[in-house]
Design a protein around this ligand. Structure first.
Ligand SMILES: Cc1cc2nc3c(=O)[nH]c(=O)nc-3n(C[C@H](O)[C@H](O)[C@H](O)COP(=O)(O)OP(=O)(O)OC[C@H]3O[C@@H](n4cnc5c(N)ncnc54)[C@H](O)[C@@H]3O)c2cc1C
Length: 494
C-alpha cells in the first residue's frame, strides 16, 4: 500500500532511503535544514554550497565496492551522471601493489572491487538532482524538523508526523505514516524520544584521533603521480597516517591523521604552510604537492570527536518507538579513516526498504529492521572497533623506540602477529591482497577471507618470519617522529 513517508535530512542516507523507498510508489517528503545546492558545476557545489548540517561535507570521501555495485545495479543512470560530472573509477587492478602487478591474472570477482572517487560535493549534488527528478519525492530545503509528532499509549510510543519550520519561521505539523531519521551524527531523535520514556542504548568509543584535510588541484599540464609504487599515496609512518584522495576534475585532497597525544604535530597541521611542509617531507605525498604539480584550493581544516557509535532502538525484543527508523550516521558510525560511512549507510537504507516492504505491522517492521541491521552492520562496526583499539595501541607504541605495540597474553600477541603477517603478505601475495580488498570494500564480512585454508597457510608462513620483519610492511618510508616535530617547530618552519 502507498505510504506517506517523511525523511529527516537530505544527506547521503536521506537521499538513498528516498530512492530505495520510492520503488513502492510511496509519497516521500525529505526535510533538509540546509539550503539546496547551487545549480552549476561540481566546483560550485564544492566551493559555494553552505552545508552546516554535514560538518564532514568538505572532507574527502571514498565510495567503496559495496556501495558502487549497489548503485550500478539499481541506479545505472545515476552512476553514468557521476561519470559525466567527472567522477573516476579506481579498479582492483589500479590498486595492486607493484610487487603483485607484474604477475597479476584477473579473476571474475575482481570486477566487484572498485572505488568511485569524487568530491563528496559532487556525489551529493548529482545524487540529489537525480532524486529530485523522481515525481513521488519532494525535497524541502531550509526546513528544519524540530520535534516528532507522536502518541504514547500503554507506554508505547508511535510516531505519526513531524513538527517542521521553514527558514526559522513558525512551526507547523505534518502527518506521515512513518518517519526515517537520516539526520546524521547530531540526530536529536534519541533525546526527543527519551523525553517520552524511550531508552535508546548508545555504545560509544573514542578513536582518539584528529583528522585534517587540505584540497589541491593539479596544474593544467600535470598528471597524477603514481599511488601504488614504492612510495605509496596512502600509508602510515607510525605517528601519523596519511592519504591522497584523487577526486573529480583534477582535484585531490590529502588527509593527515594524528593521535590526540601528538600535540606539536596537531598544532602544525592547522597551519596550511606547515601542512604542506609535512606533506613535502613524506615521500608518498611529495610528488603531489611539489612546486609546479598542484596548487592548494583550500586551507587545512580538521574534524575532531571521532567516535564510533552504535544506537539500539529495540530493547528486549520490543521497539522503543513505532513508525520510526534511524538510518546512516543517526544509528551507526565508524571511524572515517576506513571510509565506510556512506557505504554502510546506503546498505542500511536498502535494509530498511526490505523491512518496510516485507512487513506491514509497525512492530514487525521495527524488529525486522533491527535484526537485519544487527546481521549486516554489526560485524562491520565490531571490526572497526577492533581496528580502532589496535590503532590506539600502535599510536602509543610509536612513542617508544622499536614501535611494536605491547600485547598482554598469548591471545593479544597472536592477534597482533596475524595482523602483521596479513599486512606483509598482502603486499606480495595476490590471494591475501584479494581477501583484504574484499573486506575493505565490504563485499564480505570483515576478515571472512581468513577462513580460507590456502590463505591461512600463507599467513602462517609469514608469521614464521617474525613480527619485526612483518610489522615493517605496515609502515611507509618517511621522517621519524622526532625529525618531523623538529621540521615543523624549527627555525625554518617559523
Ligand atoms: C572526516 C570524515 C570523513 C569521512 N570520510 C568518509 C569516506 O571516505 N567514505 C565514506 O563512505 N564515509 C565517510 N565519512 C562518513 C560519512 O560522511 C557519513 O557516514 C555519511 O555522511 C552519513 O550520511 P547521513 O545521511 O547519515 O548523514 P549526513 O550526511 O551527515 O546528513 C545528515 C543531514 O541531515 C540534515 N539535518 C540534521 N538535522 C536536521 C533537522 N533537524 N531537520 C532537517 N534536516 C536535518 C543535515 O543538514 C544533513 O544534511 C566520513 C566522515 C567524516 C566525519
Amino acid at each position: 500500500m502507498k505510504e506517506n513517508i517523511g525523511i529527516v535530512g537530505a544527506g547521503i542516507c536521506g537521499l538513498s532511503s528516498a530512492l530505495a523507498l520510492s520503488k513502492h510508489e510511496n509519497n516521500i517528503t525529505i526535510y533538509e535544514r540546509d539550503s539546496a545546492p547551487p545549480a552549476g558545476s561540481p566546483d560550485e557545489a564544492f566551493f559555494q554550497w553552505s552545508r552546516r548540517g554535514a560538518a564532514q561535507f568538505r572532507h574527502p570521501h571514498a565510495f567503496l565496492g559495496v556501495m558502487c555495485n549497489l548503485l550500478q545495479e539499481h541506479y545505472p543512470q545515476l552512476v553514468q551522471r557521476l561519470w559525466d560530472a567527472g567522477a573516476r573509477k579506481i579498479s582492483f587492478e589500479d590498486m595492486l601493489p607493484d610487487e603483485i602487478k607484474k604477475s597479476y591474472i584477473p579473476e571474475p570477482d575482481d570486477k566487484q572491487m572498485w572505488l568511485l572517487m569524487c568530491r563528496r560535493a559532487t556525489m551529493e549534488s548529482v545524487l540529489r538532482k537525480y532524486v529530485e527528478e523522481i515525481s513521488s519525492i519532494t525535497i524541502l530545503s531550509k526546513h528544519e524538523v524540530v520535534a516528532p509528532e507522536l502518541e504514547v499509549r500503554d507506554s508505547t510510543i508511535s510516531l505519526h508526523g513531524l513538527r517542521v519550520r521553514e527558514n526559522r519561521g513558525p512551526v507547523r505539523s505534518v502527518k506521515h505514516d512513518l518517519i526515517v531519521d537520516a539526520s546524521g551524527r547530531n540526530s536529536k531523535f534519541p533525546k526527543w524520544l527519551e523525553g517520552f520514556g524511550a531508552t535508546i542504548k548508545e555504545e560509544s568509543e573514542d578513536a582518539e584521533i584528529v583528522y585534517y584535510t587540505k584540497h589541491y588541484q593539479l596544474e593544467n599540464d600535470q598528471n597524477e603521480p603514481d599511488r601504488t609504487g614504492k612510495n605509496r599515496g596512502a600509508g602510515d609512518l607510525g605517528y601519523i597516517k596519511y592519504g591522497v584522495f584523487p577526486g573529480d576534475n583534477g582535484h585531490f585532497a590529502i588527509i593527515l591523521c594524528l593521535p590526540n597525544h601528538e600535540k606539536e604535530l596537531r598544532n602544525a597541521v592547522k597551519v596550511p604552510a606547515l601542512f604542506d611542509k609535512i606533506c613535502e617531507a613524506i615521500p608518498g605525498l611529495e610528488p603531489w604537492v611539489k612546486k609546479g604539480k598542484s596548487r592548494a584550493t583550500t586551507s587545512s581544516f580538521g574534524f575532531g570527536k571521532i567516535n564510533a557509535i552504535w544506537r539500539s532502538f529495540v530493547r528486549d525484543n520490543r521497539p522503543e518507538a513505532l513508525n520510526y527508523f534511524a538510518v546512516g550516521d543517526a544509528a551507526v558510525r565508524t571511524n572515517p579513516l576506513y571510509g565506510r560511512g556512506c557505504s554502510t549507510g546506503i546498505v542500511h537504507s536498502h535494509l530498511l526498504e526490505k523491512a518496510i516492504s516485507s512487513k506491514s505491522s509497525p512492530i514487525e517492521r521495527a524488529l525486522m529492521f533491527d535484526r537485519l541491521t544487527e546481521k549486516e552492520l554489526r560485524p562491520i562496526y565490531q571490526a572497526s572497533l577492533r581496528e580502532d583499539r589496535l590503532g590506539k595501541k600502535r599510536a602509543e607504541a610509536s612513542l617508544r623506540v622499536g614501535r611494536l605495540e605491547s600485547s598482554k597474553g598469548l591471545k593479544q600477541w597472536l592477534t597482533a602477529s596475524i595482523g602483521d603477517a596479513i599486512a606483509s603478505s598482502s603486499r606480495e601475495n595476490i590471494d591475501v591482497f584479494r581477501g583484504v580488498m574484499k573486506s575493505f570494500n565490504l563485499l564480505e564480512k570483515p576478515g571472512d577471507f581468513l577462513k580460507d585454508g590456502k590463505i591461512q597457510r600463507i599467513i602462517l608462513r609469514y608469521m614464521l618470519r617474525g613480527r619485526k620483519q612483518n610489522s615493517s610492511a605496515r609502515y611507509q618510508r618517511g621522517p621519524s617522529r622526532l625529525e618531523m616535530i623538529e621540521l615543523v617547530s624549527g627555525k625554518d618552519a617559523a
